[in-house]
Design a protein around this ligand. Structure first.
Ligand SMILES: *Cc1c(COP(=O)(O)O)cnc(C)c1O
Length: 383
């Protein structure tokens, strides 16, 4: 059956998001936390492009209770879709003039700076949930360790009054278990957590992202915060991917042509046809988040065959060399898979895996996911 059955016939491509695989991935990650740590889910940037309004409730139904987003508006949109008892945390913390909106939405900030701590202390009622972020090496967001220590030593006990629920920090190179910065961060975080506990006894440690979970129990603490692995990217790049693919992108063939040399394909004439060739054009381009840098680099999958992308990716179109693919698989509207392709036995085809496509594009799975086009039809497979 066509993958497009039942989806908008006017859409050039269909993005299929397998919520069952997503939930299985969350369970796999939660299962790694053998010491009893809790597993949250990072659903910022619209659940890495996959749709927080579907992903959040699916994870909540599977037992996930703690969600992280980057911005307040993301939290405001997500919170009403989750069952009672779910927490939504905003990693970026409060901006001026937003405290009331945090309170009204029933969502909580991660406080990253002395300035945000003062804002929350001054404007939120005592006891309003908040978390604290200390920077152990990213130099991006979060209190300097010395700033945290100064707050802990402050006789007016500002942190005791705020009673933050979590102490958060973020790993620099968790995907590289050999990186020496991991040990340095884990040790510094342990030390800062112990110091904070002397003032805020119940504060919970929250350190590991997806890859951090695979650094072992020392990185787990009370709460882990995986993101990208939920969506199928490999959190252990040096080893086989323990996650299931979540995202699949099938494009419709718009045109098939037979060409004979000499002939070039696409803008800039960067690809020259060497002999009798069959070309198939699909209606997906860089405006859909299919990066132009994939020109003459990416592969698609059609009728079980891996086919090379030839010439430049243009705004709305990309062209593949489908010489050798049976003609009956090349009718207009037939599927050519760009991401997440599987062979007849359901085994992932490496050339179209999320991580491989990202690597071919000189980027990471995060960027491919969060760029996924707004013009695609979408289908969610329920758990
Ligand atoms: C995005 C983010 C995460 C999730 O990281 P992944 O590598 O996607 O698992 C966790 N913590 C913070 C602070 C983040 O910004």
């Amino acid at each position: 059956m066509s993958p497009f059955a039942g989806s908008d016939p006017a859409a050039n491509a269909l993005l299929t998001i397998d919520l069952g695989a997503l939930v299985a991935n969350w369970r796999t990650l939660a299962g790694q936390l053998a010491g009893g740590g809790q597993c949250a889910a990072v659903v910022k940037a619209d659940a890495y492009g996959t749709g927080a309004a579907r992903v959040g409730p699916a994870l909540a139904a599977a037992g996930c209770r703690v969600f992280f987003v980057a911005q307040l508006a993301e939290a405001e949109a997500l919170k009403p879709l989750l069952p009672e008892g779910c927490e939504v945390w905003v990693l970026g913390g409060p901006l001026p003039g937003t405290v009331e909106r945090f309170l009204a939405a029933g969502v909580a900030p991660v406080l990253n700076t002395p300035w945000q701590i003062a804002l929350w202390r001054d404007e939120a009622p005592p006891g309003s949930p908040c978390a604290l972020h200390v920077d152990t090496g990213m130099s991006r967001l979060g209190l300097e360790p010395a700033e945290l220590e100064a707050l802990l030593a402050d006789a007016s006990a500002p942190l005791a009054a705020l009673a933050p629920r979590h102490l958060i920090s973020h790993l620099v190179s968790a995907e590289d278990p050999a990186a020496s910065v991991n040990r340095a961060q884990l040790e510094l975080f342990d030390r800062l957590l112990a110091a904070t506990r002397r003032v805020v006894p119940d504060i919970a440690g929250c350190l590991a992202n997806s890859s951090g979970i695979f650094l072992g129990p020392k990185a787990h603490h009370a709460l882990a915060r995986p993101g990208v692995a939920l969506y199928g990217a490999n959190p252990t790049p040096d080893q086989p991917n323990p996650m299931r693919p979540v995202v699949r992108l099938d494009a419709k063939i718009l045109q098939v042509r037979h060409v004979d040399a000499p002939r070039t394909v696409g803008y800039g004439a960067t690809h020259r046809v060497a002999g009798p060739t069959r070309l198939a054009t699909v209606g997906v381009g860089y405006a859909d988040g299919y990066p132009r840098v994939l020109s003459s680099r990416a592969h698609g999958l059609v009728a079980g065959q891996v086919v090379p992308l030839v010439g430049r990716v243009s705004m709305d179109l990309a062209t593949f060399d489908v010489t050798g693919v049976p003609a009956e698989a090349l009718v207009p509207g037939a599927p050519l898979t760009l991401l997440g392709g599987q062979d007849a036995d359901g085994v992932a085809v490496p050339e179209t895996s999320l991580d491989h496509v990202a690597e071919q594009a000189g980027t990471i799975a995060y960027e491919i996911l969060t760029s996924l086009g707004r013009r695609y039809a979408r289908r969610y497979i329920d758990p």
